[in-house]
Write a protein of this length. Sequence first.
Length: 193
Amino acid sequence: NWADPAQRVILRKGYLGQIERGELAFKAELRGLASRLDQVAGRVFQRTCPWELGDARCGVDLNSPEHHGAGTVAQVFDAFDFTATGLDSFATGVFSRGKLTWMSGANAGLPVEVKAHAAAGSVARISLFLPVPEPIEVGDTFTITAGCDKSFETCRDRFGNVLNFGGFPHIPGNDFVLSYPTQGSDNDGERLG
């Protein structure tokens, strides 16, 4: 009752979400009580690292020469597969799961994700996860940064970054969780190897 605010009835409980301000009014999102269940709380215990390569928690400098390169398209197979020159100092797989940004050509300025990188002498074959919107042309240039499969071994061997590894590499996997004792097995209370 607008005439008497003391006469009120609670119709709904919730929280305000995103608020958009317009020229004459604003729009507010009303979220129900269950929306709190969608919020991330705590950490997920998993074997792989949850950090993004190069972020503050990871600490790897992606601008360093061993993690960053520039190349030129030499041959085009289709909208997401081509060979390039200028990356001959990098081993196979360094740029797999990395980022490629087009510097020239019809896709200039477009960042894309690299699916696979294979070195073959003076050229490297690069496959993208998704095709680019405009055709890739021979001579297009790009910059490319290293990728990470988020495993402990990659963090240790390629990046030397074990101290910042955010996963739990020694956590038991599904094989341990689903195992059960059998007759004749070592069920003596010793640590499982």
